[in-house]
Design a protein around this ligand. Structure first.
Ligand SMILES: NC(=O)c1ccc[n+]([C@@H]2O[C@H](COP(=O)([O-])OP(=O)(O)OC[C@H]3O[C@@H](n4cnc5c(N)ncnc54)[C@H](O)[C@@H]3O)[C@@H](O)[C@H]2O)c1
Length: 399
């Protein structure tokens, strides 16, 4: 076999964290070679656009979401060929096609792998929505004649955003989820009822109270078997059941947590020398949230940028507490921390919106800014403070 191709900076994964890392390497003044190895066939894209902005445009190819990583940073992109092995002793990675790349510094930024439904592999009628290719595929499906019936499974970020996006296409949409109300794992009733009204107004049929156990591709369609014993037929299905860290290729090269996340320190370094990690896969010590792994774009871009700088020699402690946001049709919010209705909630009306504080016995763990904008910094401060003895004292803290 020929010698590995050498790169001063090697980035495995070609998502938002990878793009940001290449930018961070250059921002730190490093001029060495950068290579990005991606499993997806497309270069890094602004992933939030795939389930939001692009749907309101004629951009069926999604060109507007693509970042010019090569042009902006001089990185070489090797796409459509996943990395299958990492040797941290030899400082070499190997791809599925058998290419070997050696590195001075390595960043792991492979993101998440969508969970699947038993019996339903990805295919023409089954979209595990995550990539630009998935956007193109689903948009083409939704705009077919005659208008298809599409089942969206899961009412998390993908389920709610995609159900709202599809409602602007000719497709008819049914949203299948295990909760009593859409989003009731995260939001109090005053907010879930607004989400349900918005989706219903958009003619999304809500099928709550039943999880999907398994599915099958049948002649001309898909059949979903629900855990209440019923079945649901559709022409196609979008799966939004969450993701697992895409770290299977790492073996024991670096320390992983119980979920398969890569454990990193506050300089974003892994347990292996010359190897960093960033984005969805990275479990890091956040000064406010504690040890955490965050699957949102603000985390991917800020951590990616910082990891790039660290690979180029910076020694800063990483202390950016990530925010996240979502749009569900005409509704929207920003948030920080954990939104779970298993925690105690304090609901506060603020202007035209609502602030929800989520707390346990020790701390405020999350803040939701529902239709309340540009206050995320204040929300981070609330999480960093001691919680008040009386939760009701949180009212008016942001507002
Ligand atoms: N706005 C954003 O920040 C944004 C937008 C899109 C995607 N993402 C990220 O992309 C990733 C994927 O998103 P996602 O929506 O798939 O994950 P998610 O974790 O947000 O939602 C998964 C949903 O699946 C539901 N579910 C679980 N088992 C089920 C079953 N058997 N049948 C039906 N429903 C079931 C759960 O109740 C949950 O609501 C996540 O990491 C997410 O954070 C983020």
């Amino acid at each position: 076999m020929s010698d590995p191709q050498h790169h001063d900076f090697l980035i495995v994964g070609a998502g938002m964290a990878a793009h940001a890392a290449a930018t961070g390497i250059r921002a730190e003044g490093a001029t060495g070679s950068i290579a990005i190895l991606g499993a997806e066939v497309d270069p890094p894209v602004e992933r939030p656009q795939l389930s939001k902005d692009l749907w309101g445009t004629d951009d069926r190819d999604g060109a507007g979401a693509i970042r010019d990583t090569a042009g902006e940073t001089g990185a070489t992109l090797h796409l459509g060929d996943p990395v299958v092995a990492v040797d941290v002793e030899r400082r070499v990675v190997r791809t599925a096609a058998g290419a070997e790349h050696s590195y001075g510094a390595l960043l792991l930024a492979t993101g998440g792998t969508p969970r699947t439904i038993d019996g339903l592999p990805a295919g023409d009628r089954v979209v595990h929505f995550r990539t630009l290719a998935d956007y193109r595929h689903l948009r083409a499906l939704a705009e077919q004649e005659p208008a298809p019936r599409i089942a969206v499974v899961g009412a998390g970020f993908i389920g709610t955003e995609i159900a709202a996006a599809l409602s602007g296409t000719p497709a008819t949409v049914v949203l299948v989820h295990p909760g009593e109300q859409v989003g009731d794992h995260a939001f109090p009733p005053a907010i879930t009822s607004q989400i349900e009204q918005e989706l219903t107004r958009r003619d999304v049929v809500l099928r709550g109270g039943a999880g999907v156990e398994r599915g099958e591709v049948a002649a001309g369609g898909v059949v979903l078997h629900l855990d209440d014993g019923t079945t649901l037929e559709a022409d196609a299905v979008v799966v939004g059941l969450g993701v697992t860290p895409a770290t299977g290729f790492l073996g024991d090269a670096v320390t992983l947590d119980d979920d398969g996340g890569v454990v990193i320190d506050s300089h974003l370094a892994t347990s292996a020398a010359h190897v960093w990690a960033a984005g969805d896969i990275a479990r890091y010590p956040d000064p406010v949230l504690g040890s955490t792994r965050v699957e949102h774009v603000d985390n991917a871009t800020s951590m990616g940028e910082a990891a790039g700088r660290a690979m180029a020699g910076a020694r800063d402690l990483y202390d950016h507490t990530p925010i996240f946001w979502s749009d569900i049709g005409d509704l929207g919010y920003e948030a920080v921390g954990t939104l779970s209705t298993r925690l105690t909630t304090v609901v506060d009306a603020v202007g035209d919106g609502t602030v929800v504080y989520y707390l346990d016995d020790e701390r405020v763990r999350g803040v939701l800014l529902w239709n309340v904008w540009d206050r995320a910094d204040e929300a981070v401060k609330v999480l960093a403070e001691e919680r008040p003895a009386d939760p009701e004292a949180l009212r008016g803290r942001i507002g």
